[in-house]
Design a protein. Structure first.
Length: 191
């Protein structure tokens, strides 16, 4: 076989192989595992919510139990009080915003569940209410993003300062590391 024939056979094989592989059906990923908890745990979670939010959760529960369990658990963890394991005491404003976000998430899901069950005359009113609640939720989430951006900008500023100082003190840092690696005495250590 000459080179041209060999190249032609290779290209045809490549094209056929590509078409065969391209026709394979993609298998969708498995659904996420369902969140489960017992009655006692459910009551513990529900106790963290006000009456209106509990009522909204009940509406969601009848429409979509998985969504109900997710929102119940998410809302519970968003409501962990400052000073608990997940919170610093200075995070009171953040804590309050998390509570409001949780309530609005639940309220919007309840309105969506109501919308799906409502007759046509009531759907317009529910859609308007949903837009109002979503607008509030959007504003809270954007405020969170702005705070995160400010925090990241501050962290970046500190990293730039650190990088500048470390670049200026490169020789000193290298000398200390050499001493550490070689086990040499350093009379400048604190101890």
């Amino acid at each position: 076989m000459n080179k041209k024939t060999l190249l032609l056979v290779f290209l045809i094989t490549l094209i056929v192989f590509t078409k065969v592989n391209a026709q394979e059906e993609l298998v969708p990923p498995p659904p996420p595992p369902s969140i489960t908890f017992d009655e006692q745990e459910e009551q513990k979670y529900l106790a963290k919510f006000n009456a209106e939010t509990r009522s909204n959760l009940e509406k969601i529960k009848t429409f979509n139990k998985d969504k109900y369990r997710y929102l119940l658990r998410d809302g519970y963890f968003r409501r962990m009080e400052p000073g608990s394991y997940f919170w610093k005491k200075a995070d009171k404003q953040y804590f309050e915003r998390q509570n409001k976000i949780s309530e609005l998430n639940i309220a919007t899901e309840a309105l969506a569940a109501e919308y799906h069950r409502a007759n046509e005359s009531k759907k317009t009113e529910l859609r308007k209410k949903l837009k109002i609640e979503l607008s509030k939720l959007f504003d809270l989430r954007e405020a969170e993003r702005k705070e995160e951006l400010a925090r990241l900008e501050q962290e970046m500023l500190e990293l730039k300062t650190s990088l500048k100082v470390r670049t200026e003190k490169k020789d000193m840092i290298l000398d200390r590391r050499i001493q550490s690696l070689l086990g040499e005495e350093d009379y400048l250590d604190w101890d």
